[in-house]
Design a protein around this ligand. Structure first.
Ligand code: RAT
Ligand code: ZN
Length: 412
């Protein structure tokens, strides 16, 4: 039987040792070459840090964007690490990575850090980061509409089994009039007014790409105004193409809801914000399409409780991740605690959303620390009733939370 301290130690140890399936990232199979970002300069110019830097910079936006990557990284390092202590979660993350790689952060020596990274070959570095992060598999975000990415899929390559694919279709659902000419150019007979074989042809497109990338799920990010049902292109396409496609392929549809794109375009990729969305859209989809599977994460903190309650009502809904502006310790802890209390282990508490390979190390180290703490509290509460969890039970549960529950949901 566990003494309380021993129980907490067991939970921390299991959380530390259990490999993760990271279900949403912006990382790429190394076969994509330069699309897979890594190294100190990429870490420093992460868009989370760009947004934070502009709060300290005395620099016009255009001047920053005209700089080389290295100059941008220098400016961010100076503003966020040297002129001020790197307190924010995204800043701390850089230091966690460097420390885990065995580098001495206290020297505050950016040229020395660059020299260290220059010694790595990307293939070895992938393995090193996955090992350090204890991540067994990474799900990419794969868009057929990305002109850099598409040719690699069309050429074909030998897959690295550690990287699996997800089919991202934002332009299809959010910018239909401008997507039609592209689909037509690729040989799909679609029309803007949805006439003729349009929905069938969109399904053929989705099927072709599902097979090409072996997509684990299909995904889209949506604004806070997202509504379903609705008289607009997005709702039409979901109803008549995405849903039947999902049923045909047994493929889940992942909704990432709440992003307001480009509220400050001068910040480019760092210029997106968020808003509270209407949970009714999720409820209506899950209810109307009970034979489809949905994954959902929402960006606004205000949506988290109702999303969890909706998951209690609909078993075809799998809640995941503390996305983007929620990926901060205080909020992760709060959301994870609430989810465990409302829906137990039938969810995926976290994904990394990494854009830079090295970030796997910090995102998972930080998330593991928080999950370990919250879970230990929950098992302690059980132990207080006399229900003492065994190590094997804790291992089973953590495996579920680290991707196992999602894998079962996707196969179901
Ligand atoms: O978290 C991010 O890095 C965002 O820029 C987005 O990519 C978001 O995660 C998304 O997938 O739309
Ligand atoms: Zn993302």
């Amino acid at each position: 039987m566990h003494a309380p301290a021993a129980l907490r130690e067991t939970v921390a140890d299991v959380v530390h040792r259990t490999p993760v399936y990271d279900i949403h990232t912006h990382l790429y199979d190394p076969a994509f070459g330069e699309l897979l970002l890594w190294g100190i300069d990429e870490l420093l110019i992460y868009h989370y840090l760009i947004a934070e830097s502009f709060r300290q910079f005395d620099l016009p936006y255009d001047k920053f964007w005209s700089m080389t990557k290295k100059q941008q990284a220098d400016a961010i390092w100076q503003a966020l690490f040297i002129d001020h202590s790197p307190i924010s979660e995204a800043c701390r993350g850089v230091l966690t990575v460097l420390n885990a790689l065995g580098l001495d952060v206290k020297k505050r020596d950016l040229p020395a850090l660059r020299q260290h990274f220059a010694k790595w070959q990307v293939g070895d570095f992938v393995t090193r980061c996955l090992d350090l992060a204890n991540v067994r598999q990474v799900c990419m975000t794969n868009s057929p509409f990305d002109d850099l990415e598409r040719p690699v899929w069309e050429r074909g390559f030998t897959r690295d089994p550690r990287f699996v694919g997800a089919l991202r279709i934002d332009p299809l659902l959010l910018d239909w009039p401008n997507t039609v000419p592209k689909l037509r150019a690729w040989g799909y007979d679609v029309s803007v007014d949805f006439g003729g074989q349009t929905f069938g042809e969109v399904r053929r497109f989705l099927g072709d790409w599902t097979k090409k990338i072996d997509a684990q799920y299909c995904m889209v990010s949506l604004t806070p105004e997202f509504a379903f049902p609705a008289h607009n292109d997005t709702a039409q396409l979901i109803q008549h193409a995405i849903m039947p496609h999902g049923r045909e392929y047994g493929q889940a549809f992942a909704l990432m809801i709440g992003v307001k794109r480009n509220v400050n375009p001068r910040l480019r990729l760092a210029g997106d914000s968020l808003g509270k969305a209407d949970i009714m859209a999720v409820e209506n989809l899950c209810s109307e399409f009970s034979d489809n599977k949905f994954l959902c994460t929402m960006l606004s903190r205000e949506n988290q409780h109702e999303l969890c309650v909706t998951a209690r009502k609909f078993r075809n809904l799998h809640v995941f991740g503390c996305w983007w502006f929620l990926n901060n310790p205080s909020i992760i802890e709060e959301i994870t605690r609430m989810r465990l209390e409302l829906i137990g282990l039938s969810m995926t508490p976290q994904h990394s959303d990494c854009r830079v390979l090295d970030q796997l190390v910090y995102k998972w180290q930080h998330s593991r620390g928080l999950l370990g703490k919250v879970l230990a509290d929950k098992y302690e509460d059980l132990a207080a009733t006399g229900w003492e969890p065994t190590r094997a039970e804790i291992e089973r549960d953590v495996h579920e939370l680290f991707g196992g529950a999602l894998e079962r949901f996707l196969k179901s």
